[in-house]
Design a protein around this ligand. Sequence first.
Ligand SMILES: Nc1ncnc2c1ncn2[C@@H]1O[C@H](COP(=O)(O)OP(=O)(O)OP(=O)(O)O)[C@@H](O)[C@H]1O
Ligand SMILES: [Mg+2]
Length: 305
Amino acid sequence: MISIKNVTKKFPSVTALDNISIDIKEKDFFGLLGPNGAGKSTLMSLLIGYQDADEGDLVIANEKITLGNLEARKNIGLVPQSIALYDDISALENLEIFGSFYGIKKNLLRAIIAENLNRVGLYDRRKDKVKEFSGGMKRRLNIAASLLHNPQILLCDEPTVGVDPQSRNAIFDYLEKLNEEGKTIVYTTHYMEEAERLCNRIAIIDHGKIIAAGSLDELLLLLPYEQTILISKNHLTEHKKDLFGKFGTLMNDQEKYELKPNDRLKLSEFFKTMEDNGIGYNFIDVHKPSLEALFLHLTGRRLRD
Ligand SMILES: Nc1ncnc2c1ncn2[C@@H]1O[C@H](COP(=O)(O)OP(=O)(O)OP(=O)(O)O)[C@@H](O)[C@H]1O
Ligand SMILES: [Mg+2]
């Protein structure tokens, strides 16, 4: 459905996208996970044809995307990273303006707007000015605006930043619903929890490069360990810490040890060793592998500092 092939985009001081290739299938809920400045928004703007790539090809539903190819844009809705709404007019008036951009006939547009307002839970607030809306409400209205022309593909650029938890959940539910109904969604985020919850396929992007891609399970298999085990530090654990060593790599923190097991660790064996050797501890935490851990493993940095 979306083919991104060897795409490079350079700005005077930085290469925002460095020879990236991604294939997104119809009905994917595709996550683009990466830290600030990774190139996520740049890729979104190329996909909707706001700017041209320096090299490479972007094809959506057999239509080559280039600057100003309006035909291709009919298939795509973009929820931009910064909210794009007129503050001094009502929600309804905003959608009327956006709807007129798409050349939708007035009668039809009225019904479409009502339906979209309903679906984002803002119908009752339709006559209120946008400046009176919370961040979450503005974001939901922005999503409604991106869907008026009923695009097959929805690009969402960090749609939950600055949004309260309740609106965030409403946005998740709505996007999941749209995906179930058949829309292909491309979703950028630097929250690994969002990618893990929403996306059936994920690409991790850093400094304009795709550093890993696949389903969540496939990605987590790239980690050389299955869990991380946190063990409290005290004179006993300190004294016998070499015993942990046979299970994996032990990293030292001020008040705890972090054990990265070598391979598929049997927890029962680990606890037995603790017990057999009389190692007392205040806590042991077993963490499931996460995309955050994978990012750290691949780059040596955290997704968010
Ligand atoms: N129009 C532009 N002119 C010059 N540099 C740009 C422009 N747009 C983006 N960049 C640079 O390209 C790099 C990637 O930016 P981009 O906005 O795509 O990152 P991002 O992954 O969306 O980050 P964030 O999570 O902060 O939104 C950054 O170094 C940015 O400064
Ligand atoms: Mg961005």
